[in-house]
Write a protein that binds this ligand. Sequence first.
Ligand SMILES: *Cc1c(COP(=O)(O)O)cnc(C)c1O
Length: 393
Amino acid sequence: MNTKLLDCEKIVAAIDKVLIGKVRPIALHEPAFDGNEWAYVKDCLDSGWVSSVGSYVDRFEKDLAEVTGVRRAVATVNGTAALHICCLLAGVEPGDEVLTPALTFIATTNAVSYCGAVPHFVDSDLRTLGMDPLALTDYLAEVAEVRSGACYNKKTGRRIRAAVPMHTFGHPIDIDAMVETCERYCIVMVEDAAESLGSLYKGRHTGQWGKVSALSFNGNKTVTTGGGGAILTNDEKLGALAKHLTTTAKLPHRWEFNHDQIGFNYRMPNINAALGCAQLERLSHFVDQKRKLAQRYCEEFQTLSSVSIFQEPEFARSNYWLNAMLLAPEHISSRDLLLEKLNESKIQSRPAWTLMYRLPMYSHCPRMECPVAEEISDRLINLPSSACLAEQG
Ligand SMILES: *Cc1c(COP(=O)(O)O)cnc(C)c1O
């Protein structure tokens, strides 16, 4: 008998047990609107202020700053737009290089490209699923040099201006180590915190360490505004500039249309912000539920040796945005079979993103060797993670 055969039935049964009583198909991540969503959206419609001006945007930005512990939050039309502006505010210029994870959603990488810069891919840390600051430090010692306060890639001659680590599936990276690496090499750090609203690193909310950081409120995120994003910063001046740039760089005036630079129409509409205000009131409840669900997966997986549930790093309190199941290395070849069985059972599940350097438009970008990102991408399957799935019965 081949003992290496993966017992898919047993794994599906374990997941079934966690999801018992839930209506199939079970989506990977669904929003829940059982707070003040209907009331605030109705109020917004009644007021007539549904679009680019209105009080819910101001309120949402204030609430966000409070929840994440930063001085200023600026709401945007989506998370990708927030990342684009973050890169610009970090000083990223055409011809620069920006360090980004090999394993991330395409938005992190595209935002770099929108600035005319070149993404430079970094390997992952198996403890966090995010950028590995220690491996990066060793790599930079080899390929980079600092000259008069600026970091250059010795091979390409381009300036390495910024790094955009991402908190994968809500799990914070080793931020202190990353900050140290960035400081040593004069690199500006931007956090892609799109997946980590509600996640803490050493007791403080993710997004506080980047010069600027980005959030997303897409429909599948922990908190949704339909579509939306935000820029976070502790620098009041940068915050004001973020607002200016995302609102067409228009100079305030009662009737005149004057703009002092090429800005962007990236503002979040008021109707989306109304939804966001109600969703944000539910954040701690969502995170509690999602953490409970993760614990239930862990319990059911305890007796299985072929798979495990990824658990938060010891320095973190994660939102467990998406639960991640890791196949034991000897079972990598059965990943797609397991994906098939799960989806057949109406349990929506999917592998991690295709590594960025395997996509045609990014295949020629500079990068370090990425054995860990490759291993994660081979071993990982995301499981249904909506907050409502933690409710019993
Ligand atoms: C969701 C997400 C974004 C932003 O996506 P939008 O759909 O534009 O809001 C950015 N980075 C990561 C890693 C994400 O998961």
